[in-house]
Design a protein around this ligand. Structure first.
Ligand code: AMP
Length: 281
């Protein structure tokens, strides 16, 4: 694996590979890597001749009171994990390599970004879309890999690619979980021992609701009620939102008639966790 810290060198390497007809897969991350990230890398390795991963803790997607400063960073460990996976190029840029000085231009998806996490994290998806667009311009991948764990982010990136006619296939990949069901996340490192024992109950609640759906329940309010009751048994879990929305446009419906997402966001102590399950009739 070759670590490349600046876009000029990366572009040279990638344009040369692309001119030989080699396909490029891209896995953008913020580092503090876990098996979830590595599953995206493995999928890219399977699909493409060349795999590029990036590590960039993007300041523009964090709110002023969020965890940008203390976001976990472990570049050496990350490098060795990616190198073990035989990633071809690791792009680890500085802020200046991504954002021109005095930068004031953003990519702003204005509909799907308004709800769910977007309602609680103003500007978050604008930061995400802007950085992903910048990274796409630099890497110009054939395929880019995103986790279903961040369901709204995945849908918004898909929408951005559709809206802007980006010639990049956005590939959604399943959520990797710990043995007890907790969705893997770099932020799990923030959890105290006690919080960590309660955290799997988030997925347990989502699964209970998913079982109701699988058993034939199609009423959005009743599926939500099932998840809400299950979460209610664990007062340490402070729900920020629990919502069931149609996947296509993230609209709220009364009945589940097409692919939908049941999504949770909330706090365990000071740590904000998200998770979701997909419901497909
Ligand atoms: P992050 O470093 O948190 O920005 O995540 C980088 C990519 O990894 C995003 O596409 C995430 O959705 C994905 N990802 C994070 N956690 C998981 C997980 N548990 N399973 C699968 N993909 C994940």
């Amino acid at each position: 694996m070759r670590t490349v810290p600046n876009k000029t060198d990366l572009k040279k390497l990638l344009r040369s590979a692309q001119s030989q007809g080699l396909s490029v897969g891209f896995v953008p991350t913020m580092g503090a890597l876990h098996e979830g990230h590595l599953s995206l890398v493995r999928r890219s390795k399977k699909d493409n001749a060349v795999t590029v991963a990036s590590i960039f803790v993007n300041p523009t997607q964090f709110g002023p009171n969020e965890d940008f400063e203390r976001y976990p960073r472990d570049p050496e460990r990350d490098q060795s994990l990616l190198s073990r996976e035989k990633v071809d190029y690791l792009y680890a840029p500085s802020k200046e390599d991504i954002y021109a000085p005095g930068s004031s231009t953003y990519v702003d998806e204005t509909e799907l970004s308004q709800v769910m996490c977007g309602a609680f994290r103003p500007g978050h998806f604008r930061g995400v879309c802007t950085v992903v667009f910048r990274l796409f311009q630099i890497v110009q991948p054939d395929r880019a890999y995103f986790g279903q764990k961040d369901a709204q982010q995945l849908r918004i990136i898909e929408k951005m690619a559709e809206d802007l006619g980006l010639d990049i296939r956005i590939i959604g990949c399943p959520t990797l979980r710990e043995g007890d069901g907790l969705a893997m996340s770099s932020r799990n490192a923030y959890l105290s021992e006690e919080e960590r024992t309660v955290a799997p109950q988030i997925y347990a609640a989502l699964k209970e609701a998913q079982s109701a759906f699988t058993g034939g329940e199609r009423s959005v309010s009743r599926v939500l009620e099932t998840a809400k009751d299950a979460l209610g048994r664990h007062p340490a879990i402070q729900t920020q939102y629990l919502e069931l929305r149609r996947w296509r446009d993230l609209r709220v419906e009364e009945a589940i008639t097409e692919k939908s997402v049941l999504a949770f966001a909330g706090y365990l102590g000071k740590t904000r966790l998200i998770d979701n399950v997909i419901l497909t009739p």
